[in-house]
Ligand binder design. Structure first.
Ligand code: SF4
Length: 109
């Protein structure tokens, strides 16, 4: 099985101080990503893809991208920190990677 990790998001909701990602200044166009994956699939027999970022949920057209990848019959893994699924994520992180001080202190012993 050939697999690939595709960095599809250019940012992350959490923004950890020690983040290992080097985010691109712009978001790659979906058509370009799909064309790249399709070419790789045809050349190397790609069957599995991990869509990451940063966090892929920061990508506005993520569903359109995933639909096109699925049309290629790829097995898809979404690599997300999941904060976008939390009801209070926008309040806690606000895209700046830090919870309010009172929240941080409350969780410490
Ligand atoms: S959670 Fe987000 S900010 Fe933290 S290390 Fe991962 S990609 Fe970087």
């Amino acid at each position: 099985m050939r697999s690939m990790i595709l960095s599809a998001g250019k940012s992350c909701f959490v923004a950890c101080p020690g983040c290992y990602n080097h985010f691109a200044p712009t978001l790659a166009h979906t058509d370009d990503l799909v064309a790249f994956v399709r070419a790789y699939r045809e050349r190397f027999g790609l069957s599995k893809i991990t869509v990451g970022g940063g966090d892929p949920l920061t990508r506005p057209d993520l569903l359109a991208l995933l639909a096109q990848l699925k049309n290629m019959h790829l097995s898809i893994n979404l690599d997300t920190v999941g904060t976008a699924f939390l009801g209070d994520a926008r309040i806690r992180f606000m895209g700046k990677g830090i919870a309010p001080t009172s929240q941080r202190n409350r969780s410490r012993p």
